[in-house]
Every structure is written in C-alpha cells, then in structure tokens.
Write a protein that binds this ligand. Structure first.
Ligand SMILES: *Cc1c(COP(=O)(O)O)cnc(C)c1O
Length: 445
C-alpha cells in the first residue's frame, strides 16, 4: 500500500490550509490519506487504496456512500431548482414535522448549519429562558468548537481548553464527571439557583462510546426539575443513530427539555437543529428574545436530503440491519479480546462501536457484557470499564493512534484515528464486511 499522492496533496495543503486540514481530527500522523471517492461501504483514496469505511464522516452517513435512490433524486432536484432562497420553503416544515412526530422531546425545531451552531444556540436559549448563566457539562463530552464548552479543569479552577477564549468565559461552565451522580448532586447543592442547563450527550460518543450507568440520566432529569434548570441532550451524534428514529432519549426513556441534532439529520449535508418544547423554543427570535439567525438555515438541499434519509429509514429495515451488524461486530470483538487482550473493553451500542485499550480488567471474564459494555453493575468488568472521559484518556491512547490504527488501515479498514471518536456502521455494510473486519482486528491485535 503506498500513499505517494496523499503525501503530495498534504504537502500542498500545508502551504495553504493551516495544519493541512480543515478539521483538527483529520490530521492523522504523519499525514492523512486524501479521499478520492466513496463507494458503498468503502472509500478509495488518492492512491487508489480501498478501505472499508467505519468513519462514515464521523457519523452522518447512515447509508455509507451510496444513499437510496430517493435521497439522491431529492438532492438533485432541490439543488437544480434552487439551491436556496432566503425565504421559507415547504421542505423545512416537513422535516420539522418529522422530528416532532418521532422524537419525544421535540415539538418545534430551529434548523441551523452544524452541530456547533446547534449547541451554541441551545446554550443561549437555556440562558435566555432561565435568566441564568451557568452551564454544567461532562468532562470528555464534546459539543463542537464553541466557547462555553471548550473548558477543562477541576471545580474552582476551570479554564478554557483553547487559546483565544477569555478566561472569564470559563467561569460560567461547570464540568463534572459523567456517570457520577454524587458529583453533580453536589454541584446543584452549591450552584442550583445559577444553573441554566445541564448539557450532555446521552451516550458519551466523543470519548469512545460510554453508556450511562443505571439511573444516571434520570438523576440529571430530577436535578434539573428540582432546581429549575433545563436538561439539554446533545444528540448530534446519537440522534437517528442510537434508538432509531426516537433517538437516544427514546431508548433510555429520559426526555430532555431541549435537544441538539446534526450529522444524520442532514443526510450528508451541513445541518444542525435545536428541538424542544414549544414554550422554550418560542423564546428564539422572532417569536422571543433570544437571537438566532442564519443565511443558510433550513437550506433546502440539506432539508431534502435529511427528510429522505429519515423517511427511508422509517420505511425500511435500516436500524434493524445496522444494529444487528453492530451486535455481530461487538460480540466478535469481545471474543477476540478475551483471547488476545483481556484488559481491553469493547464499547458501543446500536451501530456504534469502539475498542478502548483499557489497561486493567478483571481476572475472570465469566458473564461479562457480551456485545459491548452495558455498564451493568453485575458485570465482572464493572469496576474497570471506562465510565467517563478521564477513564478513556487513561487508556493506551498512543498505542491505538500510532500503531493499531495504521495496521488496521494497512488491512484495508478505516477506523476513527484516535481512541476518542466512535466508529459507525452503515446500511451499506454487509455481514461479510463485518467478518472481514473481525479478521483484521484478530490479525492486528
Ligand atoms: C460532532 C458533534 C458536535 C459538533 O458538530 P459539528 O457539526 O462538527 O459542528 C457536537 N456535539 C456532538 C455530540 C458531536 O458528536
């Protein structure tokens, strides 16, 4: 496998694009492969190498690279007739109606252009609605490139995690550990009257894929209710991926006040959305006082792609297929690891998966979760499996990134390039693809 073209392209890119890439995570060491095209469940790089694609653009591509015919024709007709107007269109109403029909927390939706924009607007909405400033987030959670959530540090010493953000901004954000009900209870005891919202992914998808322990999401719901704060689920990754059309909130049976979406809901085009109860959503301008606007908001091509994506999923066995392959892959990985690297943890749910290179595990694996960590209190791994961002950080992240990822790539399997992002199965994957992938893990681990 050679990468001469990719190396040359990267060399050119370094002169005109900072760091050679347009999104930080793409800067794979020593240089990324440049993609020439997608083909079903595969991507082909600039040197003609073909990979089974489990990155799927970091989540949006539920169908891989050849979406159903009705998606493709909607994209073509909406781009030919427009592509956009700066005036409302029927298609944005239809997509908002679809979300209201399927997602428990959603009565109204405002469409924006990215997950980042969605979480920025959701935070502003929560602050405007409650008249409070503080936002509680999870360490290791990710909500895009926005000021409020790019923070790190312990209580009392929270600071921005990026240059270019005034230190004072971080004073309004309180990071806590996911899956630790005591810590957040304590935070609410101290700051309850000042907290506008708890903003969290229902499943930490940007630190491997960490499921909530029993009762954790319910605890968040109760704390928010008791203190008049909003519960905001960032379902940018899990939306229409985990729990099918009802999203993760439906799967876990905990309904937030506000939900952010992006990724799948745009059918492969740039989109974001904020959804929630009408009473809260109507605080956005022009009906309310919380400013929100965007030239590309509700872009007809993205709306059409998203609506056809989800409509197809409503009418076909899409989630059944991807979730079944997810089970097959996670249980195959569990068997391989029991043999080869028993301290490593298989995580994931539905069509998300990852192997966390955890450094410690139990001596006896009898009755462990058999197709990905479920955070089951009676699993022998329970005291060792990752429960929050710090636990994943403490894994063998260098080994994953510098050795394992490259060897999988050489086997023709494209995984997310570090220990933190989840991997995704698409409707284009087959059982044979999963079995081939398991063989590659078996050969490389
Ligand atoms: C990807 C992601 C974002 C950011 O979305 P962008 O479209 O990249 O701005 C926010 N939150 C979560 C949970 C994500 O996975």
């Amino acid at each position: 496998m050679h990468h001469d073209e990719s190396r040359d392209l990267y060399d050119r890119a370094l002169s005109v694009i900072p760091g050679g890439v347009n999104s930080t995570v793409r800067a794979i060491d020593p240089y990324p492969f440049f993609v020439q095209r997608g083909d079903g469940a595969h991507v082909v790089d600039a040197d003609g190498n073909r990979y089974l694609d489990f990155v799927n653009a970091y989540g949006p591509l539920l169908y891989g690279h050849d979406p159903p015919e009705q998606v493709q024709s909607a994209i073509q007709s909406y781009s030919a007739e427009g592509p956009m107007y700066g005036a409302p269109t029927e298609i944005e109403v239809e997509l908002a109606e679809f979300l209201a029909r399927h997602v428990p927390s959603v009565e109204m939706t405002r469409f924006v252009n990215s997950g980042t924009e969605a979480t920025v607007s959701a935070v502003r909405l929560a602050r405007g609605y409650t008249g409070r400033d503080k936002i509680v987030v999870m360490r290791g959670g990710y909500h895009g490139a926005q000021e409020t959530t790019l923070v790190e540090g312990e209580a009392g010493h929270v600071h921005p995690s990026s240059a270019g953000i005034p230190a004072e901004f971080a004073q309004h954000t309180i990071p806590v550990s996911f899956n630790d009900p005591e810590e957040i209870t304590h935070v609410f005891e101290r700051h309850g009257d000042d907290i506008a919202a708890v903003l969290t992914e229902p499943v930490l998808g940007n630190t491997a894929t960490i499921l909530p322990v029993d009762g954790y999401l319910e605890t968040l719901r109760e704390l928010c209710d008791d203190h008049g704060a909003l519960l905001v689920f960032d379902e940018v990754m899990t939306g229409f991926r985990v729990g099918g059309l009802q999203c993760a909130q439906g799967k876990f049976g905990v309904t937030p006040d506000v939900t952010t979406f992006a990724k799948i809901v745009g059918g492969g085009f740039p989109v974001g959305a904020i959804g929630g109860k009408a009473e809260i959503m109507e605080q956005f301008t022009p009906s309310g006082e919380v400013f929100q606007a965007g030239t590309f908001n509700g872009h007809p091509v993205a709306m059409a792609a998203g609506l056809e994506y989800l409509t197809y999923a409503a009418e076909h066995d899409v989630y059944e297929h991807v979730n079944r392959l997810g089970e097959r892959l996670r249980s195959g990985l569990t068997d391989i690891l029991a043999e080869k690297e028993p301290t490593y943890t298989v995580v994931g749910t539905d069509s998300m998966f990852k192997v966390v290179f955890s450094r410690r595990g139990p001596d006896d694996l009898t009755d462990q979760c058999d197709s990905g960590c479920r955070q089951r209190a009676d699993c022998p791994r329970f005291d060792h499996c990752p429960k929050n961002g710090a636990d994943v950080q403490a894994a063998e992240t260098n080994r994953y990134e510098r050795v394992f990822w490259h060897e999988m790539k050489d086997e023709g399997v494209f995984l997310t390039p570090n220990q933190f992002e989840s991997c995704f199965i698409s409707y284009a994957h087959t059982e044979a693809d999963i079995d081939r992938t398991l063989e590659a893990y078996d050969a490389v681990l």
